[in-house]
Design a protein around this ligand. Structure first.
Ligand code: G1P
Length: 295
């Protein structure tokens, strides 16, 4: 494995411009990123993962109708006054904490041309430095935040990294799939990548999940990427172009990933996060046992 001098990563790009069609009708008037998992919206878990990993700035890529996401992480003076006046100190502290978490910048994706295009919209705000990308649908429950695990590897290798997990072979068509050479436990050097390959196209079942560390050169690649799968500008296509030019790693992180943008994945996430919630876990476990006993 090549060991290159790495630069510090300060920024995380979180695309939230998607329409959330997989979650209709719930996502018609509410951004899917604002759907609640136990006691907070999905996007808050993503932002907290970024904060817990030591990142300094978040760049949301937004579209019309996504104001609720920005408002969630902003001060709300009226709410502030009401909670103070009512003496709800604990709740006040929690709401205040949301606005103090991290610096947030928003950039509009002007047209819905795909994930690659969304990331390219962040070019001027990111500038010439490596950065993280987190997709809002992918929640990772882990002892050490998934992003932090990736940053640790990046500090060693100084090259772009995509987070991957193995998926059943009959599900590979739903993901970006990586082929690579295993370099050490959990770390593969990428040799090929395909966005949502047709069944039988690849023997690999290493699926990209929504966490990436990218060298700024990716913007050059994205600017040159033509529409791919689904007629959209695919991040995976630009990643392949970069992997062929310089080294890129696929990293099997430790933790469990939930696709919170899918109805079944969302339900699984709610159960998993409830079973980890300090105040709710015991009562909820008891309830689940009772329900299971009655099935
Ligand atoms: C995106 C990426 C895909 C990746 C997936 C992970 O697809 O394009 O490569 O495997 O996220 O969630 P999407 O699910 O947005 O269609």
């Amino acid at each position: 494995m090549t060991m290159k001098k790495s630069r510090r990563i300060r920024k995380a790009v979180i695309p939230v411009a998607g329409m959330g069609t997989r979650f209709l009708p719930a996502s018609k008037a509410i951004p899917k990123e604002m759907l609640t998992i136990v006691d907070r919206p999905t996007i808050q878990y993503i932002v907290e993962e970024v904060v817990d990993s030591g990142i300094e700035e978040i760049i949301f890529i937004t579209s019309a109708g996504k104001d609720a996401i920005e408002n969630h992480f902003d001060y709300d003076y009226e709410l502030d006054m009401v909670l103070k006046a009512k003496g709800k100190t604990e709740m006040h502290r929690e709401v205040q904490h949301l606005a103090d978490l991290i610096d947030i910048v928003s950039v509009r994706q002007k047209k819905p041309l795909g994930l690659g295009h969304a990331i390219l919209s962040a070019r001027n705000v990111v500038g010439d430095e490596p950065f993280l990308v987190l997709l809002g649908d992918d929640l990772v429950l882990a002892e050490r935040p998934c992003c932090r695990q990736m940053l640790d590897l990046y500090e060693e290798v100084g090259e772009s990294i995509v987070a991957v997990q193995t998926v059943p072979q009959d599900q590979t068509f739903q993901y970006g799939i990586v082929e690579g050479e295993l370099k050490r436990e959990r770390v593969h050097e990428v040799t090929k990548m395909m966005e949502k390959p047709a069944p039988g196209t690849t023997d690999s079942n290493l699926a990209i999940i929504g966490r990436y560390i990218l060298e700024p050169e990716i913007f050059e690649m994205l600017a040159r990427t033509t529409p791919g799968h689904g007629g959209e500008i695919q991040l995976t296509d630009a990643l392949l172009a970069m992997a062929l030019k310089r080294t890129m790693y696929a990293f099997e992180f430790e933790g469990t990933r939930y696709d919170a943008g899918d109805k079944m994945g969302y339900l699984q996430a709610v159960v998993a996060y409830a079973l980890h919630h300090p105040q709710l876990k015991d009562g909820f476990r008891q309830h689940l046992l009772e329900v299971a006993g009655g099935l």
